[in-house]
Ligand binder design. Structure first.
Ligand SMILES: [Zn+2]
Ligand SMILES: [Zn+2]
Length: 415
């Protein structure tokens, strides 16, 4: 027999095989548990949304909307897009389902797949998985600090060390006007030297030039949003820092950090890990006090973040994962196999994992399979056992075997 195919998974996608799935499942369990400890409520949203949602919320001038979205037309000619990030869908759900009526503060979390046409690289896929948390309804810097803490707690519970926190404030529409004017006059004469993207950003969203990896050196003397904060933004940032201190969280102020999305205001933050190389970001987020109003809702402050689970998985300590099984049936003949099958199903009803041969394999091969499956116990049934109404129960760890009446309670009593 040979197993060959000309098909391969599409570039930028990832197959997760059974053993690796154990690690994923464990990580996702840790994320869910932590999110619930913070009283975030789980939401799940569709794989695709109207393209317009991302144009309007993620922002026309962002890299995501400009060049990374998987956009297609359905048969009715509507433009749809595979979700490239979570926040727009969360805000849409919040508004569409009238969740603002259901309480002053809404705390959500999600674990979802996202899609972006980026250049695939280590830990960065075109279909990738994120968990995120969003809090809608509070303007308090306490929420920003609490969000940061919830992500750091997840990293800690996953035993990932070395993730660092960078923070910044990019101000609000009030103080940003002045800053953008100063920034543009600083950048004006440098434009011919800056990359193509930065030249485009200059008219669309000049603050994003501060984020450019290529031009970092050339703009190192640029004015930064921090120097232009209004009193309200300044106070908010001071509080944010003091709450982080209070929670014992170490941080680095990165005045060039602006994040890639249009909707952020005041607090922005990112989690980075040096082990991931030049694309060292694990996740990040910030406050988006303007977005919900912009999307047609009332004036509603909000804050949130997202973390790439694929990237976290690269940072997890190596551990060999194995599946195991409670019972494997070794049957000497087909009649014993049928009888044993019934016992296995009764054991499954009691919560045990069980399996048996279905390929008419030899006794030796059945025992080998029990080993390969890491079975804790083997149930052996042959003609003698059937006649006597018993089974042989073998403890695979100890190698001990004993005769037990063919009765589910008696079998369980022997474990
Ligand atoms: Zn401000
Ligand atoms: Zn640039």
């Amino acid at each position: 027999m040979s197993f060959k195919t000309n098909f391969q998974n599409v570039k930028g996608t990832k197959d997760i095989l059974p053993e690796e799935s154990i690690r994923w499942r464990k990580a996702e369990d840790i994320i869910r548990k932590k999110m619930m400890q913070y009283n975030f409520r789980e939401i799940r949203f569709p794989t695709f949304e109207s393209t317009e949602l991302f144009r309007k919320s993620t922002g026309e001038s962002t890299d995501i909307v400009k060049k990374e979205m998987f956009t297609f037309e359905d048969m009715g000619g509507r433009s749809l897009t595979l979700k490239p990030e979570g926040t727009p869908s969360v805000v849409r759900m919040f508004l569409q389902h009238g969740l603002f009526n259901k309480g002053v503060l809404q705390k959500f979390y999600y674990i979802e797949r996202m899609f972006r046409q980026e250049k695939p690289q280590k830990g960065r896929y075109r279909e990738f998985r994120q968990f995120g948390a969003e809090v809608i309804g509070s303007a308090s810097a306490e929420i920003d600090a609490e969000l940061v803490k919830s992500a750091l707690d997840v990293f800690e519970d996953l035993n990932i060390e070395g993730i660092k926190l960078n923070i910044n404030s990019i101000g609000c529409p009030v103080c940003r006007k002045d800053f953008i004017r100063k920034l543009k006059s600083f950048l004006k004469e440098k434009l011919p030297d800056l990359c193509e993207d930065c030249n485009r950003r200059y008219s669309e969203n000049p603050m994003r030039i501060l984020d450019c990896k290529k031009d970092k050196e050339k703009i190192k003397n640029a004015p930064f949003p921090l120097d232009f904060l209004c009193d309200d933004c300044k106070e908010h940032f001071e509080k944010f820092k003091s709450y982080l201190d209070y929670l014992g969280i170490k941080f680095n102020i990165d005045s060039g950090l602006v994040r890639g999305l249009d909707y952020y205001t005041k607090t922005v933050f990112e989690f980075v890990h040096p082990g991931l190389g030049s694309q060292n970001e694990v996740g990040g987020g910030g406050r988006y006090d303007e977005l919900i109003g912009f999307m047609g809702g009332g004036d509603t402050p909000a804050s949130g973040y997202a973390v790439g689970i694929d990237r976290l998985m690269l940072l997890l300590p190596e551990e060999e994962e194995k599946y195991d099984l409670d019972f494997y049936l070794v049957a000497f003949d087909s009649e014993s196999g049928l009888l044993g099958w019934k016992i296995l199903n009764e054991l499954r009803d009691k919560g045990y994992s069980c399996d048996k041969d279905t390929m008419n394999r030899s006794i030796k091969a059945q025992f080998r399979e029990a080993d390969r499956q890491n079975a804790k116990w083997v149930i052996i049934i042959g003609e003698d056992e059937r006649d006597k109404g018993v089974i042989q129960l073998k403890n695979m760890d100890k190698g001990e075997q004993k005769e037990v009446p063919m009765d589910i309670e008696k079998i369980i009593g022997e474990l």
